[in-house]
Design a protein around this ligand. Structure first.
Ligand SMILES: Nc1ncnc2c1ncn2[C@@H]1O[C@H](COP(=O)(O)OP(=O)(O)OP(=O)(O)O)[C@@H](O)[C@H]1O
Ligand SMILES: [Mg+2]
Length: 251
């Protein structure tokens, strides 16, 4: 979409190597603490209606969705709640690479199988992180939007909601494809990842409009790439911030 000119090239880093799980490698680092603050703030925003299904999306590709999503899932599991992380980015999946797991079977296996022909417990894998299970994307299909918009996807979300305390979904960017818009209306909440000094204001505004059109429950945003004290000590050279108040900041 030329209106939303991309300022960063698509990165295949997390598809090839997985997202960096600093919350696993350095749980006491300042960045991990910021992820816990993001979790706390999401909880604060859920006062009226408990949140059991959550996605973190962004306007464009490579703005840090998968990295933020996976680390938020880890800190959620670290509270002792049973968490399922689903890779529903059926175009640029990363979850299997992040946890070094097989992706021969996954979400698409479930969505394309006949009624009751697959056992969820055989396809969901344990991540290696306590309390955190993962459902990888499965083989990449030719029709991702159609699969995510299926009744079977909605049934799956209902089923896993009854098994887990929290279901966190990795999704594609909003302005590239319609997948996330479709899915967001069936999730309890959505949080926007905004990459500092990269995501354009107009792109954020359009993304917020699209989420509103989908009747998504947009809780707020996470600022990615915020300079945080102490991050260089862990060899990452970046940090995370968070904020809630996109309405004021995107005008
Ligand atoms: N705060 C950050 N500072 C520096 N690099 C980062 C930061 N967050 C993510 N990255 C890097 O940016 C690249 C893209 O990150 P990631 O795959 O998480 O983004 P994404 O939005 O999920 O991308 P996609 O649109 O392909 O799904 C990766 O190489 C990741 O390590
Ligand atoms: Mg991603």
């Amino acid at each position: 979409m030329s209106l939303f000119h991309r300022t960063q090239k698509q990165s295949t880093d997390t598809m090839d190597n997985g997202a960096k799980l600093i919350t696993v490698a350095h749980p006491k680092s300042p960045i991990s603490e910021q992820f816990r603050t993001i979790r706390t703030n999401i909880n604060f925003m859920a006062i009226d209606k408990p949140i059991k299904t959550l996605a973190l999306t962004s306007a464009n590709v490579s703005e840090g969705k998968s990295t933020v999503t996976d680390n938020v899932a880890v800190v959620w599991a670290q509270t002792g709640q049973r968490v399922l992380l689903i890779d529903s980015d059926l175009r640029r999946p990363t979850l299997h690479a992040t946890f070094s797991k097989s992706n021969q079977r996954g979400l698409t296996t479930i969505l394309t199988s006949g009624n009751n022909s697959v056992d969820l417990r055989e396809i969901i894998q344990s991540s290696g992180v306590e309390n955190l299970d993962i459902l990888t994307s499965g083989p990449i299909p030719p029709n991702p939007a159609e699969l995510l918009n299926s009744q079977r996807m909605r049934t799956l979300l209902d089923t896993v909601k009854s098994i887990y305390d929290m279901v966190i979904v990795d999704v594609p960017p909003m302005l590239e494809v319609t997948d996330t818009q479709i899915l967001s209306r069936h999730l309890d909440a959505v949080v926007l990842v905004v990459k500092q000094e990269q995501t354009q204001k107009l792109a954020v505004k359009r993304t917020v409009e699209l989420l509103k059109l989908a009747h998504a429950n947009l809780l707020g945003y996470v600022m990615n790439d915020v300079n945080a004290d102490g991050d260089a000590a862990y060899g990452y050279g970046y940090g995370y911030g968070y904020g809630y108040g996109y309405r004021e900041n995107t005008e």
